[in-house]
Design a protein around this ligand. Structure first.
Ligand code: 3PG
Length: 213
């Protein structure tokens, strides 16, 4: 799948920071039960790659991506573990190239107009806006829809259930990312019912495409 297709799988991509890969399948089931079809597992813990591998193997219904890709090595490890896409908080030519070599669709990050244009020159029309709340918030992305109507965003960073629908109402926002659905402590405490409930609420949020204005 192309990154633009992956971003259309649902209005919210849960951002997962997981400490224990043994909990990955149950977490995946909990999110899937709540209607989530794509997740980002951040490469910030020792359990991340193993978790991606187990999710990719046991739950192919979920499109699992690897987040916090910060190097060429991260890109190849993620692809080898079975990640179907990569997410980077920013971007560098070497990371972009490494993902291309691995055939790993990339959601690169940008937080300024020049970074967005640089990514567009590199062939990207969909990108992560990070850190969304801190780097200008809703007004920033809203301001881009007129001069840059061909660029679509997945804002991530500081978004919660309460603010997600405001972001999703923007026509240049395809989906949002956020850790609020499945925080690490809840995963560690196996609060899977709560995670499913939050997933249900998140996966039924309306985005611009579906909204009736
Ligand atoms: C991250 O990389 O941690 C994501 O941007 C998630 O941010 P959040 O915890 O503010 O949702």
């Amino acid at each position: 799948m192309k990154i633009s297709e992956i971003l259309l799988l649902g209005p919210v991509i849960p951002v997962i920071v997981i400490d224990n890969a043994d909990l990955a399948p149950a977490l995946g089931e909990a999110l899937l039960s709540g209607g989530i079809k794509s997740i980002e597992v951040t490469l910030r813990t020792d359990a991340a790659l193993d978790s991606i591998e187990r999710l990719a193997r046991d739950l192919p219904e979920i499109c699992v991506g690897a987040g916090t890709i910060l190097s060429e090595t991260n890109a190849s490890s993620a692809a080898n573990a079975g990640a179907r896409f990569g997410v980077c908080p920013g971007s560098t030519p070497s990371i972009i190239n490494a993902c291309r070599v691995q055939n790993l669709p990339l959601l690169p990050g940008a937080s300024t107009v020049s970074e967005i244009l640089t990514l567009h020159e590199a062939g990207f029309t969909a990108m992560k806006f990070f850190p969304a709340a801190a780097a200008g918030g809703i007004q920033f992305i809203k301001s881009l829809s007129s001069p840059l109507p061909h660029i679509q965003f997945c804002p991530t960073g500081g978004i919660t259930y309460d603010t997600a629908s405001e972001w999703l109402a923007l026509k240049n926002v395809i989906c949002v990312g956020g850790s609020w659905l499945a925080p690490t402590n809840d995963i560690n405490q196996k609060k899977f019912l709560e995670i499913t409930e939050r997933a249900k609420r998140a996966s039924t949020l309306e985005n611009y495409e579906n909204a009736t204005y």
